[in-house]
Ligand binder design. Structure first.
Ligand code: FAD
Length: 419
């Protein structure tokens, strides 16, 4: 999806005919599934690992449609899985991309409070960031903002100099090379339709036959809840797909942004607010906003899905969420429709940006799990069965944390293989 990104190989060539049996079947070739597959092949050489991906390419969904920010851990509740795995995952990712020659830029992040009313929220972010050990974190004033981002303005800010950008699609491609190099198979175009869990293993039903597995690891992103309910029918939570669209800053205006510039987010809402990201290829993206997607993969209007919409509309949690977040929804929906309003949101902290400086960009869809009471599951969530493990909730910063999440999942798999 990047305009100037590195080319990515099709994976058909890497797929090979497989047995109908594997020690471990991983469902989903996003960065989480692939990182877990890699960790398993490293921990337990000789274990047969098969990754099944319903699309023709890896990283087709969230892992290939995101901001590309390697988060430093500013936002997350201290002690949460997000806080811990973002920190350890970032370190692991930095080491890995260096080893593999994947481009990364530590362009830093400035979070800007535009008025005194935002200071208490900035204070809370600073408290979290310090508790999470964010490297090099600095509290800055109006002058400090100008030094780092001359076109930006605000009364106070936080500077995280080690926040970085990378193309997570490149990460996925490298992980595929590693896992296939270690003898595992990545089979694209193979959808998992159901899973039956037994005492000593599981049967994975797919679009092209059944596969017997010792352990199944489901990392299905936007479809995680559907697969999880197959083995855990009691799970009362839904993925609600939130679409985020981006605009691009025109090439002759890219100089207005040096690194990554963020507003102070609304703590009642899980998303970070419309921000500016200088991507690894030099483009500056504005966004993403957040509105209900018309389908779990509805990047365009033509992708609207009645099934997905019905699932959301019939879930009481969605209406409870909406009732609690009417103001945020009313703010976000117009943003999805108008460059003028997106430009106005950005002008709060970069006054020079005009609607005419913005060009259409891509969109991504976040898999966010919601409970029946309308609350959002904030932290990463895994469901551990006897032979089947589900990654139920892996929203941002799961791409940053993917290698650390992979290690956690590989340990869970090992416990079951050894049982
Ligand atoms: C707009 C946006 C911006 C974001 N920005 C950032 C960021 O800057 N930094 C960051 O760290 N994180 C960010 N994230 C979050 C990050 O992209 C995700 O947390 C991460 O990619 C999740 O990876 P995943 O492997 O779990 O999911 P996915 O990448 O969605 O992969 C799941 C895979 O499972 C496959 N699948 C699903 N069902 C089946 C089935 N039944 N059979 C076979 N295959 C199946 C899908 O096709 C898909 O390929 C962002 C996300 C979005 C959407």
């Amino acid at each position: 999806m990047t305009g100037r990104g590195r080319g990515r190989p099709r994976l058909d060539d890497w797929s090979e005919m497989i047995d109908d049996r594997a020690d471990v079947v991983v469902v989903g070739a996003g960065v989480v599934g692939l990182a877990a597959a890699r960790a398993i092949t490293i921990d337990r050489p000789g274990t047969s690992v098969l990754v099944l991906e319903k699309e023709q390419r890896v990283a087709t969904h969230q892992s290939g449609r995101n901001s590309g920010v390697v988060h430093a851990g500013v936002y997350y509740v201290p002690g949460s899985l997000k806080a811990e795995l973002c920190r350890t995952g970032k370190t692991a990712l930095e080491r890995y991309v260096e080893e593999r020659g994947i481009p990364i830029a530590h362009s830093g992040k400035v979070i800007i409070a535009v008025d005194d009313g935002e200071i208490p929220r900035l204070d809370e972010l600073e408290r979290r960031a310090r508790a999470n050990g964010v490297e090099g974190l600095l509290r800055i004033g109006a002058e400090g903002i100008k030094e780092l981002e001359p076109a930006a303005t605000g009364v106070a800010g936080l500077h995280s100099p080690r926040t970085a950008v990378v193309d997570f699609g490149d990460l996925a491609a490298a992980l595929v090379e590693d896992v296939t190099g270690a003898g595992a198979s990545v089979l694209t175009g193979r959808a998992v339709t159901s899973i039956e869990e037994g005492e000593d293993g599981a049967v994975v039903h797919t679009s092209a036959g059944d596969i017997h597995a010792g352990v199944v690891l489901a990392c299905a992103g936007l479809h995680s809840d559907r697969l999880a309910r197959v083995t855990h029918p009691e799970l009362d939570a839904r993925v609600v797909p939130f679409r985020g669209s981006y605009l691009r800053l025109r090439a002759d205006k890219e100089h207005l942004v040096k690194g990554n510039v963020y507003p102070v987010p609304d703590p009642r809402y899980p998303f970070l607010g419309v921000h500016l990201t200088r991507r690894i290829d030099g483009e500056v993206w504005v966004g993403p906003n957040a509105s209900l997607a018309l389908g779990r993969e509805a990047y365009k209007l033509s992708g609207a899905s009645l099934r997905d919409l019905r699932d959301v509309m019939l879930y009481p949690g969605f209406w409870r969420f909406l009732a609690k977040n009417v103001q945020a929804a009313a703010r976000e929906i117009p943003l999805t429709l108008s460059k003028r309003l997106m430009a106005r949101a950005v002008r709060r902290y970069i006054p020079e940006v005009q609607a005419s400086d913005l060009e259409s960009g891509p969109a991504g869809i976040r898999a966010q799990v919601m409970r029946r009471d309308g609350s959002l599951v904030d932290d990463f969530l895994f469901l551990d069965g006897r032979r089947v493990i589900h990654v139920v909730n892996a929203p941002s910063p799961a791409a940053t944390a993917s290698l650390a999440i992979g290690d956690v999942l590989a340990a869970k798999v090992a416990e079951r293989l050894d049982a």
